[in-house]
Design a protein around this ligand. Structure first.
Ligand code: GLN
Length: 190
């Protein structure tokens, strides 16, 4: 099974390492044609405005919407979650608009720019290690979205069918269970 990581900007190598640790093959995706060879894709953390701009320049917007239409799983982490969302607080336009969630960027404020914690994630366990860096929050979810995890009563992970989103960076820990969960989603849809 091949899992791609969108490599336009952001934390790519760490995701590849985790995908392989969790037992699948990782593919660095820089061109739209590569979407044909992979079974699922991770949109990494980084800077969502930059990733969005590069996605438009390199024709990834329509290509990823088509990828999703085919039922192939997509996992957005941090900035990648913002890229997946249907709407972004305070912004007129969003990016892929695939997942029925509204997100707020940099939602933890300046004092809490980054921190690490253990999360209870539905379908995994109650002690999944997570790193938050200038993280977004999911402030609204549609009826068909399943909330997988909260931190202090705010939503930090969710799933809508073949779409998975996390506010944090699961690739910056040595806990590969979130990647294993995504790989299971990909296996189910194959
Ligand atoms: N703050 C970034 C944004 O709004 C996301 C941060 C991250 O991916 N670590 O795009």
């Amino acid at each position: 099974m091949k899992i791609g990581v969108l490599a336009l900007q952001g934390a790519v190598a760490e995701h590849i390492k985790m995908i392989e640790k969790a037992g699948a093959q990782g593919v660095v995706v820089k061109k739209v044609e590569q979407l044909q060879e992979i079974d699922g894709i991770i949109i990494p953390g980084g800077e969502s405005t930059t990733i969005g701009k590069l996605m438009r320049t390199y024709h990834f917007v329509d290509a990823l919407r088509e990828f999703s239409r085919q039922g192939k799983p997509i996992f957005g982490t941090c900035a990648g979650l913002i890229v997946l969302a249907k709407s972004i607080v305070g912004q007129e336009e969003a990016h892929l608009e695939l997942m029925d969630i509204e997100v707020e960027r940099n939602a933890f404020g300046r004092q809490r720019e980054s921190f690490e914690t253990d999360l209870d994630i539905k379908g995994i366990d109650n002690n999944v290690r997570a790193v938050f860096i200038r993280a977004p929050l999911i402030v609204k979810v549609g009826d068909n979205v399943d909330v997988l995890s909260t931190y202090r009563d705010q939503i930090v992970a969710a799933r809508q069918g073949h779409l998975l989103a996390a506010s944090f960076h699961p690739e910056l820990t040595d806990d590969e269970r979130m990647h294993a969960y995504f790989i299971d989603m990909v296996r189910e849809t194959r």
